[in-house]
Design a protein around this ligand. Structure first.
Ligand code: TLP
Length: 365
């Protein structure tokens, strides 16, 4: 049975007399601010950030720009708004943008690029997380009165829909070269770019050098309660700042949130993501070895594990329901596919409990 815990605490479930915390492996957006974030947030000096008067807001934007190796940063309430502000700031109404077919900006942002941005989306498929640069080149419109104008190329890392995989950097390099050749900018959805950097063993700047703007989420694996930052050149940011305001993203006393964002971007906090990757590998290896499930270990790059349920008579829904009865939550990613996402809300002991729960579900007669 599931019972609600105290505000800010994790859900609990009970088996007989034993009360245990739920192991929540559905998403990394469930992360709660830690003690350090809470302390820094309540200690922050505040001001009206729309007028540049909130000290912590200014500091966070500077720090984000430094991480991305770009001129300026901008704090926004969400990644969705960050991507939209960037897409719109690079383009004008009626333009076309080139996007990987399953990119988050196309599949999961409520069609904002079209509805709000007035943009057409042209897709190119790239199972390794990014399309082949040759296909990107072919997708760029010729100068013809019948066609919309291609004005932006979007890339994403890690790729959410493909299970947190990190596309090889040489694909980004090739796409950037095509973009330069055609005088087009590149926007990078780097919601989890610190996970990508960790996987590649490089710093964030090594990835962002193939982009003209980047969106980085603070509220996923990095654990801040709210917010994202976008970074780019000074000129670009001038336009982005106007679009943020237009979309209602001028949030006044943001210092509380930005103080959490500063902790999120600290070296200690970004380095902690390694625990999430290690925990994901423990889960992945179990499911790869168990005869009732399959995992492509070559596609476990970050904190996501995509598992195919192959056991006779079981599908994603029935597997997840049995896991839930044992206090472990994950998400369906298809008829027979489930997704586990590790985060700082899930410790090593929780991962071991999840493995035991899965073993008992899969081995049950
Ligand atoms: N992804 C969410 C859902 O929207 C699917 C999640 O649960 O992970 N880019 C990428 C790659 C993302 O995964 C997300 C969020 C966003 C952008 C949007 O960020 P928010 O949720 O802050 O608007």
């Amino acid at each position: 049975m599931m019972t609600r815990g105290l505000p800010g605490s994790r859900e609990h479930y009970t088996i007989g007399e034993t009360r245990m915390e739920t192991v929540d492996l559905r998403r990394d957006t469930i992360t709660l601010p830690d003690d350090r974030m809470r302390r820094e947030a309540f200690g922050a000096r505040l001001g009206d950030s729309v007028y540049g008067e909130d000290p912590m807001h200014e500091e966070l934007e500077r720090r984000a720009a430094e991480c991305a190796g770009m001129e300026e940063g901008l704090f926004l309430p969400s990644g969705t708004m960050g991507n939209l502000v960037c897409m719109r700031s690079h383009t004008v109404h009626g333009d076309e943008i080139i996007v990987e077919e399953n990119a988050h900006v196309r599949t999961s942002e409520t069609g904002g690029a079209g509805f709000v941005g007035g943009l057409m989306i042209r897709t190119v498929r790239g199972e390794s997380g990014a399309p082949d640069p040759v296909e990107v080149r072919e997708a760029i419109r010729k100068d013809d009165i019948h066609y919309p104008r291609t004005s932006l190329i979007c890339i994403e890392t890690p790729h959410h829909k493909y299970g947190g995989i990190v596309p090889p950097l040489d694909l980004f390099e090739g796409i950037k070269a095509v973009a330069v050749e055609h005088g087009l900018p590149v926007h990078l959805d780097g919601a989890r770019i610190f996970n990508a950097a960790l996987y590649l063993g490089v710093d964030v700047k090594t990835i962002t050098r193939f982009a003209d703007s980047v969106m980085i989420s603070l509220s996923k694996g990095l654990g801040a309660p709210v917010g994202s930052v976008v970074c780019g050149s000074r000129d670009f940011m001038k336009r982005a700042r106007r679009f943020r305001k237009m979309l209602g993203g001028g949030m006044r006393q943001t210092g509380w949130l930005c103080a959490c964002g500063m902790v999120a971007l600290s070296e200690e906090n970004t380095a902690r993501l390694r625990e999430d990757h290690d925990n994901a590998l423990i889960l992945a290896r179990f499911f790869a070895e168990h005869p009732g499930t399959a995992v492509d270990l070559d596609r476990v790059h970050t904190n996501y594990v995509v598992v195919t349920v192959t056991r006779q008579g079981m599908n994603a829904a029935s597997f997840l329901a049995s896991m839930k009865e044992r206090g472990v939550l994950a998400s369906a990613a298809g008829e027979n596919t489930v997704r586990f996402v590790t985060s700082k809300m899930v410790k090593r002991a929780d991962v071991e409990r999840a493995v035991e729960a899965a073993r008992s579900v899969l081995d049950a007669g």
